[in-house]
Design a protein around this ligand. Structure first.
Ligand code: ATP
Length: 758
């Protein structure tokens, strides 16, 4: 859902208002970078003196701002527009209130303008925003502040249809260099060093000219010679320091990009992982992040010392002969346009290389995970062939990129040579016509020579920046995805309460869900074929064991994933511990629940690490006790490292059954009220199955336990069993009741020789 924060088709306004809006947008632009509290301070200072605007006046400015600024479907957009309206009214010596707030869904934050506490022309929905900041137009005392915008000014995440990822995402140089924000001091130092070394370099031709002039009278150690040596060595030292500092900044930027990406990936909604490959994500963290360094170093050198030398030499050239200078400039500009065009192609080619590299990582990573299956099925050569083909494809793309890049150097060299030839040709002509002296032409050529290196540097930087922008675009593609909490709601969302959903219970009320996201406003009834769960109603009580059984693919694990809020239902309600489960923050909700996944994955690390995931407040003795309870005590007995014994990557050194028992041990240690166990006994022998049943029974005493199982022997004595078929509940009751009235259950029981009443 997109709330029209401001009208997308504003009313027509006068040209004067449009210009006022442009000015207001320009003046308010720097405010966009400030924290909401700072904005609040500045705006309240601005508006304090002036009388309040009328709603009509504000609407005119608002429509003008909406006409000038194109879109407003994000936090950033509404901030920009509402600030501009506030500044626009101030320019007209009027004032308004400026507010920001939280929306329940789908936006995290919103900003708007109020007159006499009424949002101007906003739809009803805005009233459901919980206000965070309000700057009033009457007195400072009335300024309200209810806390700061949470999660700082992180980039907006839009949820509209328009935001489908484009095929090749683009990133701008500004966005790339914004990564250096935390290194302003170092950057200023690099800039100063750049200016100093450029100044020293520009001095050198004059010093050489002096030395040549003085050498007419024989060689002497003149002050010019001393200065020349000094300027050469000082410039070298300054450049070394400059390079070192840039490398340092580069490392900082790579670190920043990497950590931002990692932290963002950890917070993406689960559905984002359904169609993305882990290998590709990893290559963005490792390869793409490293590529940012190159652009920053090359670009900054070119833009600091390089551009100063170019500007300084250009001024010198223009002073010597402006006509000749303009001719040289025209040739350089022409090749510059060509290079710019090629840099664009490099960016796209580099993006493709990175993307294919991601695919190769994905392929190898997947194979390495399934290495046992690959070996046992003799599929090594086939998989190797696939990886080789992908590497070959990558090689071809790399060569294509190299071809484009290698054009850059000859083009820049050729343009420089052409420039030199033109200067000499036209210069010679001008000397012969008496427009300039031969000494001036020599000096001109010398200055041009000094300029050549930095011009080449600048051209080269475009190639490097193009490549880094390709990599940065891939990083941004992930960073621009909304994180899980963006879809969060707050306590005010509590909608309908269900009297039967009491404390400690998990209740499903007509829950429908499909993995394929429905368009906004789509009728669920008409999309039944796409639904994995269809109007599922069930309830799991505290102190009882609730089982869900059914054929493979019926939707059993999906039920558990909805309770965890990995996905949100398309219809119906879920109540957890007496409340609509959307009324909790995800963190609160997950604190209430322990979830043991189907394959009981184990994190790489020690036995202790795995027992204490999410719950560090556990003593060693408790760990030993719980391991004994699940019959895993032999693990610590056979290893001298005890709880610190290492478990291989993904628990490879444990058997499937041991992993399941370890997962159960973890849930026995947790303090959560609700335990969800998905196929916990699939890998167990009958002895260990009995041990597990006992442990689950112990859990049931103080928790709500929901068990998903194929093997009916593990759940026949559950308090209530739900039978799920094709996403629908086809029966519920205890084992005996189900045998009697649900044919599917009877069939399942018969297959497992459990069709006897117990
Ligand atoms: N992330 C996903 N994206 C799309 N479809 C999915 C996803 N996860 C599961 N499905 C589909 O949803 C259906 C129900 O899956 P679910 O894992 O809930 O079944 P299940 O009853 O637990 O099966 P099993 O007993 O084999 O584990 C299946 O058809 C499955 O293919």
């Amino acid at each position: 859902m997109n709330i029209p924060l401001f009208p997308e088709q504003p009313e027509e306004v006068s040209t004067g208002a449009i210009w006022l809006a442009r000015l207001a947008l320009l003046l308010s632009a720097p405010l966009n970078w400030l924290s909401p509290r700072m904005m609040e301070k500045i705006l309240s200072r601005l508006v304090r003196k002036y009388p309040p605007a009328t709603e009509e006046e504000v609407k005119v400015i608002r429509d003008a701002v909406c006409t000038v600024s194109r879109r407003c479907r994000s936090q950033e957009g509404c901030l920009r527009r509402s600030l501009a309206v506030a500044v626009g009214t101030w320019l007209k010596r009027r004032s308004v209130s400026w507010c920001t707030g939280y929306a329940l869904e789908p936006f995290r934050a919103h900003a708007w303008v109020e007159v006499n506490n009424n949002p101007v022309g906003e739809p009803e929905e805005v009233r459901s925003y919980s206000k965070v900041i309000s700057v009033t137009n009457t007195s400072e005392n009335e300024e309200k502040s209810q806390g700061e915008l949470e999660s700082n000014n992180s980039k907006p995440n839009e949820l509209g249809q328009e935001d489908q990822p484009v095929h090749i995402p683009r990133a701008s140089i500004r966005q790339l260099f914004a990564l250096t924000k935390g290194h302003n001091l170092e950057f200023s130092l690099v800039l100063i060093l750049g200016i100093l070394s450029a100044a020293l370099t520009l001095l050198q031709p004059n010093l050489v000219a002096d030395i040549v002039e003085q050498s007419n009278t024989g060689f002497t150690i003149s002050s010019s010679l001393v200065f020349l040596i000094l300027s050469l060595t000082t410039a070298m030292v300054l450049t070394t320091i400059q390079y070192y500092m840039l490398q340092k900044i580069g490392e900082g930027v790579v670190y920043e990009a990497r950590t931002n990406l990692i932290s963002h990936l950890f917070r993406l909604p689960i559905f984002e992982f359904d169609n993305r490959s882990v290998g590709d994500m990893l290559s963005r963290i490792s390869g793409d992040s490293s590529r940012l360094r190159m652009a920053l170093i090359q670009g900054t050198i070119a833009l600091t010392s390089g551009s100063f030398i170019v500007v300084g030499a250009a001024i010198g050239l223009a002073l010597k002969d402006s006509f000749l200078f303009l001719t040289a400039l025209a040739t350089i500009l022409l090749s510059f346009i060509g290079i710019l065009f090629m840099s664009n192609i490099i960016q796209k080619a580099s993006f493709r290389v990175q993307k294919e590299l991601g695919k190769l990582s994905e392929l190898v990573e997947r194979d390495l995970h399934a290495i046992r299956t690959i070996r046992s099925t003799n599929a090594t050569s086939i998989e190797e062939e696939k990886a080789t083909q992908q590497a070959e494809h990558l090689r071809k793309l790399g060569i294509r990129l190299a071809k484009i890049q290698s054009f850059m150097t000859p083009i820049s060299n050729m343009s420089i040579q052409i420039c030199g030839l033109i200067v000499l040709g036209i210069g010679g002509y001008r000397v012969s016509m008496g427009y300039m002296t031969i000494e001036d032409l020599i000096a001109f050529a010398l200055l041009l020579y000094i300029m050549i290196g930095p011009v080449g540097q600048i051209f080269g930087a475009f190639s490097g920046i193009g490549e880094s922008l390709g990599a940065f675009a891939r990083i941004r593609e992930l960073l621009d995805l909304a994180i899980e909490s963006d879809y969060d709601t707050n306590t005010k969302v509590t909608t309908i309460s269900n009297p039967s959903a009491r404390k400690g219970m998990v209740v499903f009320e007509k829950v429908s869900f499909g993995y394929k996201k429905l368009e906004f406003g789509a009728d669920i009834a008409q999309k039944e074929a796409e639904m994995i769960l269809k109007e599922v109603s069930l309830s799991a009580e505290y102190g009882k064991r609730t089982a869900i059984v059914g054929p493979s693919g019926a939707g059993k694990s999906t039920v558990l994933q909805l309770i965890e809020r990995f996905y949100d239902p398309d219809g119906g309600y879920i109540y957890v511990d007496g409340k609509d489960h959307r009324s909790y923050s995800r963190e609160e909700l997950r604190n209430l629940i322990t979830y043991v996944e189907q394959n009981a994955p184990v994190l790489p690390g020690t036995l202790r690490d795995n027992l204490l995931i999410g719950n560090t407040d556990v003593s060693d003795q408790e760990c030993y006790d719980v391991l004994k309870e699940v019959n895993l005590n032999y693990l610590i007995e056979r290893s001298p490292d005890k709880l610190d014994m290492k478990i291989g990557d993904s628990g490879m050194t444990l058997s499937g059954g041991e992993r399941q028992r370890l997962a159960l041990a973890r849930s026995l240690l947790s303090n959560s009220k609700i335990v969800l166990l998905d196929e916990l006994t699939s890998n167990l022998d009958s002895l260990n199955e009995v041990v597990m049943k006992k442990a689950v029974d112990k859990l049931r005493e103080s928790k709500t336990v929901i068990v998903v199982a194929h093997r009916l022997s593990t759940i026949v004595d559950s308090d209530i069993i739900y039978v799920l078929e094709h996403g629908r509940i086809v029966g519920s009751g205890n084992h005996n009741e189900l045998l009697d009235k649900v044919p599917l259950y009877r069939e399942l029981a018969k297959e497992q020789f459990l069709d006897k009443v117990i």
